[in-house]
Design a protein around this ligand. Structure first.
Ligand SMILES: NC(=O)c1ccc[n+]([C@@H]2O[C@H](COP(=O)([O-])OP(=O)(O)OC[C@H]3O[C@@H](n4cnc5c(N)ncnc54)[C@H](OP(=O)(O)O)[C@@H]3O)[C@@H](O)[C@H]2O)c1
Length: 248
């Protein structure tokens, strides 16, 4: 797939899991990748040390997406190095913990909405001027199949946040016109997110109900991110694209 080279890409929550795979794919294409992380650890450090054979660059910036002040600082640091932004990937998100609705706390709802929805809204708004300056720029939000079908009955807080993200995506695409906005919504993907929140038994149950009989890998998602960001997808806008092995 031929892509414009040397674009500037911002990936929130890029040090691990799906975000990391997205960063590596763009780096392999010779893009300038900026990623955020919350904790300075081996994952963020090792990602910064990956050298691309194809040019481009990688830079990690510590930024807790839950904090408005951190997002404002992120923009400042970003602008010191780059004058415009080609692709914004709002990848940060988490279900935080499993909880039945009747036991869920106000704090859990607030944090989940903040992390999955408000942080995406804020980041998109803060970087809008730099996206507007760039021809063929786009925003890609990472949603979830839970935003379509809140099936699991113990993470309604997460399903509601990801559901709102779908409408944010569609509405923003209508409003921005020249900046494409899409949402890529995976089913279960093999990352720390699932190690933390799902037992083996639960994952086996999900595999059974998935037509392709496996869970997703981070690059199942990052392959689609790369495509959606490219000129090959230049007429795809305001869409929710499910990466689910056929799981509904
Ligand atoms: N894995 C799945 O099954 C699955 C399914 C559907 C949708 N998704 C969505 O896919 C996205 C990525 O999930 P993942 O599975 O790759 O998660 P993950 O393995 O838990 O990785 C999350 C990444 O985001 C960073 N992060 C978390 N909170 C942050 C914050 N407040 N500010 C900045 N960075 C933060 C983490 O960095 P630190 O470690 O430094 O905190 C880490 O790099 C999320 O939006 C998630 O909802 C995942």
């Amino acid at each position: 797939m031929k892509l414009k080279k040397n674009r500037t890409i911002l990936v929130t929550g890029g040090s691990k899991g799906i975000g990391r795979s997205i960063c590596i794919d763009f780096l392999k294409n010779g893009e300038n990748v900026v990623f955020t992380y919350r904790k300075k650890d081996n994952f963020s450090a090792s990602l910064e040390n990956i050298q691309s054979k194809y040019g481009g660059s990688i830079l990690g910036i510590r930024c807790d997406s839950e904090k408005m002040g951190d997002l404002v600082k992120l923009k400042k640091s970003f602008k010191k190095k780059f004058k415009n932004l080609d692709v914004l990937i709002n990848n940060v998100g988490d279900a935080i913990q499993r909880s039945k609705f009747e036991n869920s706390t106000d704090k859990l709802w607030q944090r989940t909405l903040n992390l999955n929805l408000i942080s995406t809204i804020r980041t998109s708004k803060i970087f809008l001027d730099l996206l507007k300056k760039t021809k063929n720029s786009c925003i890609i939000n990472i949603g979830s199949i839970a935003g379509k079908n809140p099936g699991s009955a113990d993470s309604l807080h997460y399903a509601v946040a990801k559901s709102a993200l779908k409408n944010f995506t569609k509405g923003l695409a209508v409003e921005l016109k020249n900046i494409r906005v899409n949402c890529i919504a995976p089913s279960i993907v093999e990352t720390n997110f699932q190690t933390r929140l799902s037992s083996k038994k639960r994952l086996m149950r999900i595999i059974k109900t998935t037509p392709l009989k496996r869970i997703g890998k981070p690059d199942d998602v990052s392959n689609m991110v790369t495509f959606i960001s490219s000129s090959k997808a230049s007429y795809i806008n305001g869409q929710i694209i499910y990466i689910s092995g056929g799981r509904q």
